[in-house]
Design a binder for this molecule. Structure first.
Ligand code: TYM
Length: 324
């Protein structure tokens, strides 16, 4: 069985974009692969996290994965910082990564726009991500569109290392779905829905109450026309709502687009909100029932399983580079 790896940062609010673009898919796909999911807390540290809240955010993110249906009997769920080998491999890979390659990364460029100074952590972020994936010999990495470039770099680093030291790493493939891998912000549909958005009207949090979800979708930015049509470039707001509605119902966007042809924007918004409320209701019910103690015990078991794989791999890497 092929190995699958993916991760989510415990920073800010986990939102509908994370759910539709990643988590919901992980739940289905875990049946097909030997799956490992990580709460990547070290990645989150590239932005300041309040130490008093951080551990809770980590537990909460793992709870979200469990409530969504990631099954700890089938998949490994663990916290990145509990497996020190991620950092060990990170150093090795840093040593074969060019600074110029990292400076080309879109996410890095966005964060350092207008001459804003950056930390070394933010620059090296994709190398840590490559370590997460390569440490487990993952072949399949399901992610949203924003991670595509990081996967390209991961493959490049795997090839480079293999070229220098002999075949050690598998080249992983990203799994990015055509629809839903870039859910846009409700208040600005030209930019992706984001955990770090300044307004809560940008996103739907997975734990938002039904009334809040309805209010946010009602206020979603659209356009001044009246035509419901799927055209992400010309009609980003309407296309985003059609995408969210289709995915929430498990239907094709084309089918939804046809169904709403000639309808008004108000109808689309009401139906979209209802579908999201319905989609999240089971999740929210589960979420309330899972105790922190249960999460801690799942994570402990997950770290033990992940740790075994990681230890073996880092030993192999250390031997290859001549450290052992
Ligand atoms: P993160 O925590 O930002 O997001 C988790 C997952 O959600 C996807 N995503 C979206 N999908 C659709 N629409 C959106 N608006 C949207 N926003 C986020 C992301 O693409 C991601 O799949 N660097 C990663 C975490 C990571 C990782 C890894 C992933 C660290 N190591 C190894 C895979 C493999 C990140 O910041 O995801």
């Amino acid at each position: 069985m092929k190995r699958l790896f993916s991760g989510i940062q415990p920073s800010g609010t986990i939102h509908l974009g994370n759910y539709l673009g990643a988590i919901k898919r992980w739940v289905t796909i875990q049946e097909k692969y030997d799956s490992i999911f990580s709460v990547v807390d070290l990645h989150a540290l590239t932005v300041y996290q309040d130490p008093k809240k951080f551990r809770n955010q980590i537990i909460d993110t793992a709870k979200i994965l469990l409530a969504s249906g990631i099954d700890p009997e089938k998949s490994i769920i663990f916290v990145q910082s509990e497996i020190a080998e991620h950092l060990e491999l990170y150093w090795i890979l840093n040593s074969i990564t060019k600074v110029a390659e990292l400076e080309l990364m879109t996410q890095y460029k966005d964060k350092t726009q207008n001459g804003k100074s950056s930390t070394a952590g933010l620059l090296n972020y994709p190398v840590l991500m490559a370590s997460d994936i390569l440490l487990y010999d993952a072949q399949i990495v399901p992610v949203g569109e924003d991670q595509r470039q990081h996967l390209e770099l991961t493959r490049e680093l795997a090839r480079r290392f293999n070229g220098l030291y002999g075949k050690t790493f598998k080249e992983p493939e990203e799994l990015i779905e055509k629809v839903g891998s870039k859910i846009m912000g409700l208040d600005n549909p030209t930019k992706k829905m984001s955990k770090s958005a300044s307004s809560e009207y940008n996103y739907i949090a997975l734990t938002d109450e039904p009334e809040k979800i309805k209010d946010k979708i009602k206020k979603a930015v659209t356009d001044s026309e009246t035509l419901i049509k799927y055209d992400p470039l010309k009609k980003p707001g309407i296309s985003n709502l059609l995408t969210i509605l289709a995915l929430s119902l498990g239907k094709d966007v084309k089918e939804i687009e046809n169904k709403y042809f000639g309808e008004n924007y108000g109808r689309l918004k009401i139906d979209c909100a209802d579908a999201v409320v319905q989609l999240l209701s089971k999740f929210q019910e589960n979420y309330k029932k899972i105790s922190d103690k249960k999460v801690e015990s799942v994570l402990k078991k997950g770290a033990a399983s992940a740790g075994k794989i990681a230890l073996q791999k880092i030993e192999e890497v250390y031997q290859k580079v001549g450290l052992r």
